[in-house]
Design a protein around this ligand. Structure first.
Ligand SMILES: [Zn+2]
Ligand SMILES: [Zn+2]
Length: 102
């Protein structure tokens, strides 16, 4: 496997669902299944060595916007991120439903 490092935009294959994701240089979560990867310490810096998969575990609303909380399956690190337009809203609603069932 060749590792390709690019400074800005990076495309990647989602390690959770296999979707090919076209990067925007910032987002590293999959718009289809919403899973992310623990690669950043600060958003976009790609300086974490963890590389664990980050599961979307919680949805909150704040000022009319949806916020997703991801938790790293490997180290437990949590990050909140705004739901973007291209994100799969069905998946967002699934998380809402799971939360409601708990
Ligand atoms: Zn995915
Ligand atoms: Zn981690």
């Amino acid at each position: 496997m060749t590792k390709l490092f690019q400074k800005k935009v990076e495309d990647f294959i989602c390690e959770h669902c296999g979707e090919k994701v076209v990067g925007d240089g910032y987002t590293n979560h999959c718009p289809k299944c919403l899973w992310s990867k623990h690669v950043d310490v600060n958003p976009g810096d790609r300086s974490s060595s963890c590389q664990g998969m980050m599961k979307p575990i919680k949805v909150e609303t704040e000022k009319g916007e949806y916020l997703l909380t991801f938790r790293c399956e490997k180290c437990g690190f949590e990050r909140r991120k705004k739901v973007e337009k291209r994100d799969n809203f069905d998946e967002v609603l699934k998380i809402v439903k799971i939360m409601a069932e708990k």
